[in-house]
Design a protein around this ligand. Structure first.
Ligand code: NAP
Length: 253
């Protein structure tokens, strides 16, 4: 017997209607795609990035309330940005940053310290600033990865940060409650960052992933954005790490 239900049209309210979503790193890639999806669900967006022009493009696409161009890893600029935010904010997603590669023993100590510190400190600074800005039940969402769960030569920093972020997220979830704090852990996502890291190897990498990943396709920013918006709307979720890597962590790819 065919038990499929034929639902031709499901009507529902937009899930983020009238809510304010801040995306720190919202002018490209996963952040921009999350902004698009949140906007489609009725949210008002506040976007940041370092470069002015892509930020303006992104803002006009999602009809953002406002934008702010600054380096989020600079604590004083971050503090200034948060001081200027309207309250309450419903959700904040942090997609600023990039991975650092290289053998640990080859990195000069200043670089190693900065690389180790960058994501962890950024997330702590955002949490500190966001604590009194996000409404009860709203979310703070961080971006991490699954690639560093398997040790490898040249990914020591990413690997160490990968282990630290779930603990940081769980602890902040307790400290910031009833604001919710969650971590999204991605594998390869087809974004401008991936394109810039891989250069001419990008198409080979996509083909390899299509062949090897259990899902037999490449994870797109829209896949991550769908998860992020779900975390914003599902008020049972806090302190957790959500993998969105198409099974990449279980295979040699
Ligand atoms: N793509 C992947 O495969 C993948 C996998 C796992 C985890 N991640 C992580 O997910 C996050 C987003 O990645 P993505 O691929 O979407 O990157 P992306 O395409 O490079 O987009 C990053 C966004 O953040 C902004 N940004 C970067 N550094 C910033 C800074 N210091 N201050 C303020 N804004 C900053 C960028 O704009 P500006 O450059 O103008 O500042 C851009 O809007 C990153 O933390 C990345 O490490 C990515």
């Amino acid at each position: 017997m065919n038990a499929a239900i034929n639902v031709s049209h499901i009507e529902r309210e937009p899930e983020l209607l009238g809510q304010t979503v801040v995306v720190i790193g919202g002018s490209a890639g996963i952040g921009l795609e999350t902004a698009r999806r949140a906007s489609a669900e009725g949210a008002k967006l506040i976007l940041t990035g370092r470069s002015h022009e892509p930020l303006q493009h992104a803002a006009s696409e999602v009809h953002a309330l406002s934008t702010s161009a600054f380096d989020a890893t600079d604590p004083s600029l971050l503090d200034q940005f948060f001081r200027g935010l309207p309250t309450p904010i419903d959700h904040i997603m942090v997609t600023a940053g990039r991975p650092h590669y290289g053998r640990l023993i080859d990195l000069d100590s200043a670089h190693a310290r900065r690389a180790l510190d960058e994501h962890v400190s950024l997330f702590i600074e955002v949490a500190r600033n966001a604590a009194n800005k996000i409404r009860a039940g709203g979310t703070l969402i961080f971006m991490g990865g699954t690639g560093g769960r398997r040790p490898g030569v040249g990914i020591g920093i990413a690997s160490t940060v990968t282990v630290a972020l779930p603990a940081l997220t769980a602890n902040l979830a307790l400290e910031l409650a009833p604001v919710r704090v969650n971590l999204v852990a991605a594998g390869f996502v087809d974004t401008p960052l991936s394109a810039s890291l891989l250069g001419e190897e990008l198409e080979n990498r996509r083909s390899q992933l299509r062949a090897k990943l259990p899902i037999r396709r490449v994870v797109q920013p829209a896949d991550v954005a769908a998860l992020a918006v779900h975390i914003m709307t599902n008020t049972a979720l806090t302190g957790a790490t959500y993998d969105v890597d198409g099974g990449q962590q279980f295979i040699a790819a």
